[in-house]
Design a protein around this ligand. Sequence first.
Ligand SMILES: NC(=O)c1ccc[n+]([C@@H]2O[C@H](COP(=O)([O-])OP(=O)(O)OC[C@H]3O[C@@H](n4cnc5c(N)ncnc54)[C@H](O)[C@@H]3O)[C@@H](O)[C@H]2O)c1
Length: 339
Amino acid sequence: MILSYEHLNQNIQTLISENTPDKIVFIFSENSFHHCGPHIEIPENANVVKINDGESGKNLNGAASLWEKFLNLGCTRKSLIIAVGGGTLLDLTGFCASTFMRGIDVIYVPTTLLSMVDSAEGGKTGINLGGKKNIIGTFQKASKVWIVPAFIKGLPQSEMLSGWAEIIKHGILAGGDMFETVQSTIPVKASEDWDSIIQRNIEFKQSIVNQDFKESGIRKTLNLGHTIGHALEALNFGKPKINHGICVANGILIETQIAHKMGLCSASFVKQIDKIIFPLFPKVEFQRNEIERICSLIDGDKKNENNQWLFSLPENIGKVTFNTVVEREMVIEVLQNWI
Ligand SMILES: NC(=O)c1ccc[n+]([C@@H]2O[C@H](COP(=O)([O-])OP(=O)(O)OC[C@H]3O[C@@H](n4cnc5c(N)ncnc54)[C@H](O)[C@@H]3O)[C@@H](O)[C@H]2O)c1
């Protein structure tokens, strides 16, 4: 639901007075507290917990520490958790809330573009383990997702781009006017266009998730760019400049090149995607001797079955496959050409 600051605060008040939770816990990161906290009226009886966000906080240590916070605050199934932050904070808090006492209610207030257009919707929670992205997690929707587009005003441009990558992915999947939008450059932060861009992206994601919540079929198309993207992200863990969306954008282009090599799409389609991704996004570089590591990261991808790599590959605008078997040699060839 798209809201103004004022409506967000009204919604928080109404929910608390209707549900009378025994504990109210706001989860922030330093950044989300600094940029968004001043716009939120935190009730006097609420607890504020600050956690580390980013990929470095989205792990077992981060989860254990948050579970302990819930325990020490005396949270029960009657408690209310309000998570205010980007995709990493929401994934971690959602995971902890869905597993604490077998599940307590959580409300998401996404504060990055990426979390508004993508991660807050759809009920995937998760943490990283053993250098692999989102390998532990649950399917548990937030009880509400309250989106205040004005929160993006504090975001650095690299984080705006990160969200734009998922908007490009949705544009390729949906076609039509959503694809038209990503053909032009990313609007400035103050643009009034954001409300409708965010709204259309949420509706598109919901339309896919509603058909296939547990990702046994069509929802896999939302992984476009993510098989390679997650491997690039894991390869670059600890380098904040190479964020999720930048890896996904590079992943979309590399996977389009793979699709072309497999005869699934035309050379002109590859050019079209290249023109959208570059020069907007930085190129994610890697060395020849890192290709094996990228392959071993793909070996751990959740979509794989029977020791086969299964990708979601673009055939055209509005047409993306899923469960497409891709040979290791094919990927290695495209990665070598990327260098
Ligand atoms: N659950 C899903 O379905 C899903 C979908 C897509 C991505 N993801 C996950 O989302 C994560 C990426 O999320 P993200 O891009 O939001 O990154 P993030 O959560 O790391 O946030 C990016 C940076 O922005 C800062 N920040 C947050 N809000 C801010 C604000 N309003 N102003 C200024 N700075 C702010 C954060 O502190 C952080 O430094 C990845 O871990 C990815 O795997 C999950």
